[in-house]
Design a protein around this ligand. Structure first.
Ligand SMILES: Cc1cc2nc3c(=O)[nH]c(=O)nc-3n(C[C@H](O)[C@H](O)[C@H](O)COP(=O)(O)OP(=O)(O)OC[C@H]3O[C@@H](n4cnc5c(N)ncnc54)[C@H](O)[C@@H]3O)c2cc1C
Length: 458
């Protein structure tokens, strides 16, 4: 709860309509796509950078926690008010300020929905490659703050690879600019890359300059079914090792395929133990040969069926299973925990085997869905938070899974971030000295710890 004076001051910055604190409004902003709920004391929706700066000045003076929020689709508890205070939501700062086709970049406000940017730049023959599966709702601000990836990451990389410059409001209210439109920039420390992926803990992102690439003229989409999960996993690293650069290389195991089947998303042959969805893009004249090579590759490694789309409608049909996977799995039990362990791609078969073993050892229903081409797994744990015994078994399974991923040279998170979801595991990946450096950086940006407090560091 804010004092009457502070409430009035916040309202005077954004206007009465854009400060929300009815119980209904607070409940609406009390959750994101992760599990726990935290009720904020107020929600504020600024319309411009200058307002963000003034809000931060009040927050610093009054020591009010501020948690930035895009669409709230993160899966790590990043955009909930873990210590109360203000949620700062960017729904109003959703303008695509400029598409600069000659410099192949665009300038956007943080609340722009990813798919809206994709659609607009396609009209210029350009593409913004980062494509989280949540792209029809998630915002560029949220994507930058979590360094989001997506199915196209195998070929094109992740959000950080496309952020050229940022405008950021610090907790003090100071506005800084990092980077710019130039493609090369080695001046000073790379603050742009540091803030990318900082999970809303260092500064509030109010403008983003993103790099664009030429829209590939054509793509080929293939689906390969395997009757052995291990064969499918080995095929992934074989494709990557062969020099073929797929745009997308997704894997789903039998658990996920069965759930999709019963959900009505698609049907598969009875002996299907795994599915690979593979896409390549580029010059139309080269795609046919690449498609054929991938098909041969899959068959030689045990695929029992390979389909290649010859029209966009057929490609959409092949994508339908992958697109319906999250919804299908989430409908299965009261809760679904989406994990994000990531390993070097060569270790994919081993980590998948480990996950299957863990699901048996701890009697859990885990489906494996993966952006397999870059070793990024999303084990989907179908569960019920109210079942204490099962939650304990999940915790033990997660600990083992992440220890294994890190031993393999992998990481706790390929793209979803740490937040409160994996904070307790962070020490597996970082030494005490590395943790101290990160905490020191946090203190320089945010000495009073008012930005997204309680999140992954402090
Ligand atoms: C069905 C589904 C599919 C998904 N698929 C993918 C996927 O393929 N790849 C992937 O990477 N993720 C995926 N996600 C996770 C999520 O969509 C991404 O992490 C996305 O980037 C979050 O964007 P958002 O706008 O929802 O941000 P939010 O969830 O609102 O916020 C995310 C984080 O960013 C911070 N933040 C938001 N705006 C700002 C700002 N302006 N300044 C500073 N910090 C800010 C918040 O504090 C929070 O820590 C998926 C989620 C769902 C539910």
């Amino acid at each position: 709860m804010f004092s009457k004076t502070v409430r009035q001051e916040l309202c005077s910055i954004v206007g009465e309509d854009w400060f929300l604190d009815t119980p209904e409004d607070l409940a609406t902003y009390s959750y994101d796509a992760f599990l726990p709920e935290f009720t904020p004391d107020g929600v504020i929706l600024p319309a411009k950078t200058e307002q963000v700066s003034r809000i931060m000045q009040v927050a610093t003076r009054e020591k009010i926690p501020v948690t930035p929020r895009g669409a709230g689709t993160n899966i790590c508890g990043g955009s909930v008010a873990k210590q109360g205070g203000l949620i700062m939501a960017f729904n109003r700062m959703n303008e695509i300020v400029e598409v600069d086709a000659e410099n192949r970049c665009a300038t956007v406000q943080p609340g722009v929905v990813n798919a809206d940017l994709q659609k607009l730049v396609a009209g210029y023959g350009l593409m913004y490659p980062p494509d989280p599966a949540s792209m029809f709702v998630s915002t560029i601000g949220g994507n930058v703050a979590l360094n989001a990836g997506g199915p196209r990451g195998v070929k094109y990389g992740v959000t950080r690879d496309y952020v050229l410059g940022l405008e950021v409001v610090l907790p003090s209210g100071a506005v800084i600019r990092t980077g710019g439109k130039s493609l090369k920039n080695v001046s000073g420390f790379d603050l742009t890359r540091l803030i990318c992926g900082s999970e809303g803990t260092l500064g509030i992102i109010t403008e983003i300059i993103v790099k664009l690439v030429v829209l590939p003229p054509a793509k080929a989409t293939l689906q390969a079914i395997f009757s052995d999960l291990n064969d499918a996993a080995k095929t992934v690293s074989a494709i990557i090792g062969s020099g073929i650069v797929p745009t997308t290389l997704e894997l789903m195991d039998k658990v996920v395929l069965d759930v999709i089947g019963s959900y009505g998303g698609a049907t598969f042959r009875k002996d299907a133990e795994a599915l690979l969805l593979i896409e390549v893009d580029g010059d139309a004249s080269l795609l046919d040969a690449q498609g054929r090579r991938i098909e041969e590759f899959c068959r030689a490694r045990g695929a029992v069926e390979v389909q290649r789309a010859s029209t966009q409608a057929e490609a959409d049909k092949l994508w339908q299973a992958r697109r319906s996977a999250f919804g299908a799995v989430a409908s299965r039990r009261p809760n679904c925990i989406v994990e994000d362990a990531t390993v070097p791609v060569k270790r994919l078969p081993e980590i998948i085997r480990k996950i299957v073993d863990l699901s048996q050892k701890y009697r859990l229903k885990i489906g494996v869905l993966a952006h397999a081409g870059d070793g990024n797994l999303h084990p989907l744990i179908m569960t019920d938070l109210r079942d204490k015994d099962e939650m304990e078994r999940i915790e033990r399974a997660l600990e083992e899974m992440y220890e294994t991923a890190i031993e393999m040279g992998g990481t706790l998170s390929g793209e979803h971030g740490i937040g409160i979801a994996k904070k307790r595991f962070l020490k597996m990946e970082f030494s005490d000295s590395a943790m101290e450096i990160m905490k020191g950086i946090k203190r320089v940006f945010d000495p009073d710890n008012i930005l997204n407090p309680g999140s992954f560091l402090m």
